[in-house]
Design a protein around this ligand. Structure first.
Ligand code: FAD
Length: 151
């Protein structure tokens, strides 16, 4: 059961419900900063693994993801702000480098509006290098495409 108070959420579970959570420390409250860092992690990692020659579907998917975030991002003021940024600067989905630079620029837009330092977009490759799967091909989105994902 999750009990809500005016500014915090606490969780209590029966022993049956809690069993699968053993060993996992967690909190039910997520701050705007947690959400932002997690979302940028996802977006920059997608950009880092985006193909050099994306299919039409991949280009549509990235544009749709960004467009969807401008409406359902769970922080309303952030979603609205992001909508304004994206309206002035449509996602560049032509290839990996374009998308990485676009992502870096829109992230810098948000940084600026929050009074934070800008990130040097020449270093974006070094900061975001994609998911580390070792030798596991599960990370390679082009291999998934090969198994019928490509449209
Ligand atoms: C779409 C979106 C809109 C947001 N809008 C708002 C808003 O309106 N108001 C608000 O308060 N918060 C907003 N946030 C959250 C905000 O951007 C930060 O995520 C949050 O403040 C935490 O900041 P941080 O300093 O920990 O690092 P973050 O900005 O979350 O960055 C995480 C890491 O990314 C790297 N990084 C930083 N800048 C760049 C860049 N330009 N390119 C590549 N890598 C970079 C750095 O290594 C950094 O540590 C938004 C987040 C998202 C995803």
């Amino acid at each position: 059961m999750i009990a809500e108070s005016s500014n915090s959420r606490t969780a209590s579970f029966t022993s049956d419900q809690a069993a699968p959570l053993a060993g996992h420390a967690f909190t039910t409250s997520v701050t705007k900063e947690d959400l932002g860092r997690a979302t940028w992690l996802l977006l920059h990692t997608i950009a880092a693994q985006y193909p050099a020659n994306p299919s039409k579907q991949q280009r549509k998917d990235v544009a749709a993801l960004v467009d969807t975030l401008t409406r359902i991002y769970p922080c309303g003021e952030c979603a609205f702000h992001f909508q304004e940024i994206v309206r002035r600067n449509a996602p560049a989905t032509g290839n990996a480098q374009e998308l990485q630079q676009w992502m870096c620029n829109v992230h810098n837009n948000v940084n600026r509006s929050l009074g934070k330092a800008e990130f040097n977009c020449e270093l974006v490759d070094a900061r975001w290098s994609g998911l580390d799967c070792g030798d596991d091909m599960a990370c390679d989105i082009t291999s998934r495409m090969g198994r019928g994902f490509r449209r």
